[in-house]
Write a protein that binds this ligand. Structure first.
Ligand code: HEC
Ligand code: HEC
Length: 237
């Protein structure tokens, strides 16, 4: 029988794929299809609305329970989890096993291969791949800093701590890492990295973005100001 060897090879290959899937790299395009299941309750685009569940753009490696404007269960809000790949994958496999009293009623994706695919897709949902934050003008951003930030922050290399930490080379860096500044517990424990997304979210409304932050700053309302300050901060290296 001619077909038999081919069949055997396929079976073996399939078997190996399944067995190595625990940490195997997933297929993002398959993951995108699987993510349709999530979209019953979640938007996945940057700045998407919260629905029954919170917007999930850029959720990987972020602390749980922190999407602005979303009312979490107490269990999720107090979970202290970070959505690193392993935690995310476990949660998606069986939400209630990871956060016992979560209000996410989703049966779970049982197949490890599917979770790996989904994870690969979620990896693509982050600021750097998004065109949604307009490209700002660094010169104008400097003016925004002068107007809105320098009462509390210095921006030059080695600048002083004023009411807030020095902001030289902050873009892309982990939060709450400036030695000698006394951060709020909220920021210290946030696990945040100052990605484009997080910076813009924080600067739009610090208190809403991170409950308990001591950055008493009402926030930048104009999208242009936010894009400009981001562009300016990225020049400070
Ligand atoms: C039936 C609606 C529903 C579906 C389907 C659903 N979720 Fe959720 N999800 C929720 C709700 C509600 C919450 C808030 C949970 C809480 O506060 O306890 C949530 C929370 C989350 C969180 C935590 C977010 C944060 O800000 O900490 C992640 C991660 C998540 N969902 C991922 C997924 C993924 C991935 C899928 C698809 C495989 C999915 N969800 C499908 C309703 C859903
Ligand atoms: C009224 C004072 C004040 C103003 C105005 C202010 N900030 Fe802050 N900022 C703070 C404080 C205080 C913190 C520390 C917050 C904490 O620990 O929770 C902080 C923290 C930050 C952080 C996090 C730093 C880190 O090390 O993780 C960034 C980024 C930031 N501010 C940017 C800005 C920018 C940009 C502006 C102007 C658009 C601004 N802030 C305006 C007081 C201020």
């Amino acid at each position: 029988m001619k077909l038999k060897p081919i069949f055997t090879i396929c079976t073996v290959a399939g078997f190996l794929a399944i067995n190595s899937s625990a940490m195997a790299a997933g297929d993002a395009s398959k993951g995108e299809k699987l993510a349709k299941k999530c979209q019953a309750c979640h938007t996945l685009t940057e700045g998407g609305k919260n629905r029954l569940g919170p917007n999930l753009f850029g959720i990987l490696n972020q602390p749980a329970g922190k999407v602005a404007g979303y009312k979490y269960s107490k269990a999720m809000a107090a979970s202290g989890l970070i959505w690193d790949p392993a935690t995310f994958s476990d949660f998606v496999a069986k939400p209630k096993k990871v956060v016992k009293r979560t209000k996410m009623s989703f049966a779970g994706l049982k197949k490890a291969t599917q979770r790996a695919d989904l994870l690969a897709y979620f990896e693509t949902l982050r600021g750097a791949n998004s065109a949604k934050i307009a490209v700002g003008n660094a010169e104008d951003g400097k003016t925004v800093a002068t107007k809105h930030c320098i009462v509390c922050h210095s921006f030059e290399k080695g600048g002083k701590v004023v009411f807030g930490p020095n902001l030289f080379d902050m873009a892309g860096k982990p939060a709450a890492a400036i030695a000698g500044f006394k951060y709020s517990d909220a920021l210290k424990n946030s696990g945040l990295t100052w990605t484009d997304n997080n910076l813009v979210g924080f600067l739009a409304d610090p208190e809403q973005f991170l409950k308990g932050t001591t950055a008493r700053f009402p926030g930048l309302k104009s999208a242009k100001d936010k894009a400009d300050i981001l562009a300016y901060m990225k020049t400070l290296k």
